[in-house]
Design a protein around this ligand. Structure first.
Ligand SMILES: [Zn+2]
Length: 108
């Protein structure tokens, strides 16, 4: 199954990206939340954030202001994974568009 966040990219691109995932998934080692995602407390803001999001930011040295409105997606479809090369940045706009197309978005 393709990650919903990738639905706007063409399948060839997804296949190419996945072919480059040479490293095995790295488990966050926590119990995880309902979805299986690891959660940590950000040392700066003291707010809870997804473990994979924090790992992505640190690995690619992305300032927090550049993360606003962005989501970090798993190319490997494994919510427990925190291997930086398996993570890709997307936008909430992508999600919204995707959800609306699938009819899961309730308009109000
Ligand atoms: Zn992975």
């Amino acid at each position: 199954m393709l990650t919903w966040g990738l639905s706007r990219m063409d399948e060839k691109y997804v296949a190419e990206v996945r072919a480059k995932l040479t490293l095995p998934c790295k488990d966050h080692g926590q119990k995880g939340n309902k979805g299986g995602y690891g959660v940590i407390t950000d040392p700066t803001t003291k707010k809870k954030m997804f473990y994979h999001r924090s790992v992505y930011m640190q690995h690619y040295v992305i300032p927090p202001e550049n993360m606003i409105g962005k989501v970090i997606m798993h190319l490997c479809d494994n919510p427990r994974c925190i291997e930086p090369t398996h993570l890709q940045m997307g936008t909430h706009w992508d999600n919204t568009q995707d959800m609306m197309r699938k009819g899961r978005h309730s308009s109000h």
